[in-house]
Ligand binder design. Structure first.
Ligand code: TRP
Ligand code: SF4
Length: 329
């Protein structure tokens, strides 16, 4: 290496406000990569269309999600933040990559099968089927070294590598093969003990006020064996304790664990200790996100500028791609 930073690319669908699970699973990791890597992070708004063609919420959700990105510490001075649909070159590359992608590869993608089964989709769209090819275009366009994603997205990155190889062999070697960079995702339970998810209504949002956070944590599910204050509990099976592992310093956490096992403390005492550490961590993000949420025009400007920058990179790649594909006299 010449000292130039490795490039990183990742994206999220615009699902609106971000919860603690999304933050710890992805965003926090993106923030930490900003200095060491040349980072490109984007809003996958075309991918959102594979879920729902009612786009009434997409623009607003994009602004809310960006407020959370910026609140969490993504910095447009250090990372390129952009919108997929503002870089239409992704669509052109998607089309060309689709020509070297066998249908059989797409039929085997686990997220495709899962979505069809879980959402009971009788007649999947061409767009949904091609989702991983669009994702391959998103990635390959920027020739990144790394794609930071959760484990569920690894098959998409693997497919991207195969598509790159196919393109390179069929036409000319344009695309280096990127690699998934697996983020270590802590277990983040929601308030009901299930995995934190907006659709379960058990999520703590980065935008929640201190009062809302307390109101959500106080009735949170604990070890069900602790019915009374005098019953000993087991931190190993308690969702509150999973959050302690993320937010509470070791000594205090161990004191809670001992207090739990001996019925020395009550669950509310234990949750107060958690809140003491959770609240300031979230206050920093909330205050910063609030300043951005009040100025959606600033967010739009950041995305416009980022998208212009992304587009210059995309144009350079497409110039190479068009030569490689060799269609015009
Ligand atoms: N498929 C990703 C998800 O559902 C979003 C995404 C689209 C993405 N394009 C990408 C992630 C490119 C990483 C790189 O989370
Ligand atoms: Fe969970 Fe804490 Fe209650 Fe134990 S004391 S069951 S760790 S909330």
């Amino acid at each position: 290496m010449t000292g130039a930073k490795d490039r990183v690319l990742s994206g999220m669908r615009p699902s609106g406000k971000i919860h603690l699970g999304n933050f710890l699973g992805a965003l926090d990791n993106w923030v930490r990569m900003q200095d060491a890597y040349d980072c490109f992070f984007f809003v996958a708004n075309w991918h959102a269309l594979t879920d729902d063609q009612d786009t009434s919420e997409v623009p607003g959700d994009t602004v809310e999600m960006l407020a959370d990105w910026l609140g969490a510490g993504l910095d447009p001075e250090r990372a390129t933040l952009f919108i997929q649909s503002l870089v239409p070159e992704h669509a052109e590359l998607h089309l060309l990559l689709s020509m070297v992608t066998p249908v059989g590869w797409l039929e085997r993608v686990p997220t495709y099968r899962e979505r069809i089964e879980q959402q009971g989709i009788a007649s999947p769209s061409y767009g949904l089927f091609g989702y991983p090819v669009l994702q391959a275009a998103d990635i390959l366009m920027y020739k990144p070294r790394w794609v930071p994603v959760g484990i569920d997205q690894v098959p998409h990155v693997e497919l991207t590598r195969e598509v790159a190889r196919r393109f390179n062999n069929t036409f000319k070697p344009v695309f280096p093969e990127p690699e998934a960079k697996l983020t270590e995702i802590p277990k983040v339970p929601g308030t009901d003990g299930r995995k934190m998810s907006k659709s379960y209504g058990n999520a703590i949002l980065l935008s929640d006020s201190a009062e809302e956070i307390a109101r959500k944590v106080k009735p949170m599910v604990t070890d069900p064996a602790r019915k009374r204050r005098s019953d000993p509990g087991d931190p190993a099976i308690c969702p509150v304790f999973d959050l302690h592992k993320i937010f509470t310093p070791t000594a205090e956490r161990e004191a809670c664990a001992t207090g739990c096992r001996t019925a020395g403390i009550g669950c509310l005492d234990c949750k107060d200790v958690l809140l003491k550490h959770l609240q300031p961590a979230l206050a920093v993000i909330r205050d910063r996100r609030q300043k951005f949420a009040e100025k959606p025009d600033v967010i739009v400007q950041i995305l416009d500028e980022g998208s212009r920058h992304a587009r210059r990179v995309a144009e350079a790649t497409m110039a190479e791609v068009r030569v490689a594909v060799n269609l015009t006299p």
